[in-house]
Write a protein that binds this ligand. Structure first.
Ligand code: AMP
Ligand code: MN
Ligand code: MN
Ligand code: MN
Length: 276
């Protein structure tokens, strides 16, 4: 059976490895089919494509789009997209503009809350990065303001904390429209990470499906057996396909090892069936 890992990040967003290094690691870890899915950006795909050809591994072009649903941020992964599609590119460009504005607002808020130099640091980062909260978290740890990444989110970056800036991303209709318009297929990322009840999650996924969404990540990095079972139930109830992706960012985070996932349960139709 081929091993799929359909969710990971590179330095094009908040991963620590360059796209070619991510591809090399996937190959080393026994992945047969890899999707690179950076946040709101497809900039890493060209380099990943070249590396995948050199290494003899199948690359699926992907992206992870920041969406809003009922006041919450929900991540939608697009798989098998054409990264050059103009509609998708225009949509991602709009999201990148929102990210830049949010980063500046966050830098200013952190500065006001005792992190001297935060705004200047942000301005510098924006010259060469698609800045995410992960970058802020690393900065806060490096500055000694948080003991680790989790602590940086707990103290500064999580919802309602001093460095948090609420952003209105895009709705399912827009994100799924761009993905489907670019020839891809849309899946809801890490469905158990939103702190929804089963019923609420089902309502959210029903809306997602009505917008043209096709699946959910049944298996993702760090998700336990109980969650996998719940995801299988949701797939069956809503006739959604199943995906699997580690959400790998960083070699220092052991529960999101690239390619280190249990198999997709047989009860679920794989998102890649008849596709890739
Ligand atoms: P953003 O899209 O800029 O809001 O950043 C979201 C990213 O922050 C996620 O994709 C994760 O990589 C990271 N993240 C969110 N919560 C945490 C957490 N508690 N600990 C570490 N990283 C986190
Ligand atoms: Mn991330
Ligand atoms: Mn995500
Ligand atoms: Mn991710």
């Amino acid at each position: 059976m081929r091993r799929y890992d359909l969710h990971c990040h590179s330095t094009a967003s908040d991963g620590t490895l360059a796209p070619a290094q991510v591809v090399a690691l996937a190959k080393q870890n026994g992945v047969d089919v890899l999707a690179l899915t950076d946040h709101d950006c497809v900039d890493g795909l060209a380099a990943a494509r070249i590396a995948a050809q050199e290494q003899g591994i199948e690359l699926v072009a992907g992206v992870e789009i920041s969406c809003d649903w009922d006041g919450r941020t929900i991540h939608v992964v697009g798989l098998n997209i054409d990264p050059d599609n103009p509609g998708l590119q225009a949509g991602l460009a709009a999201l990148q503009t929102m990210r830049r504005q949010r980063a500046l607002d966050m830098g200013a808020r952190l500065e006001k809350n005792g992190i001297a130099g935060a705004l200047e640091w942000t301005t510098q980062q924006l010259q060469h990065l698609n800045v995410t909260r992960t970058h802020f978290a690393r900065y806060l740890v490096a500055q000694g303001k948080a003991k680790d990444m989790q602590n940086a989110f707990d103290r500064y970056l999580g919802s309602g904390k001093p460095g948090y800036v609420k952003t209105r991303w895009v709705d399912f209709g827009q994100a799924v429209g761009w993905i489907n318009g670019a020839g891809g297929v849309a899946v809801v990322a890490h469905p158990s990470r939103y702190d929804f009840s089963y019923t609420k999650c089902k309502i959210m996924l029903d809306d997602f499906k009505s917008s043209g969404g096709a699946g959910i990540e049944v298996v993702y990095g760090g998700c336990d057996r109980g969650r996998i079972d719940t995801h299988v139930r949701l797939c069956k109830a809503l006739e959604l396909a199943g995906s699997c992706g580690s959400d790998f960012h960083d070699l220092n985070i052991p529960w999101t090892r690239l390619g280190g996932l249990p198999p997709l349960p047989k009860a679920v139709t794989p998102i890649w069936a008849d596709r890739f």
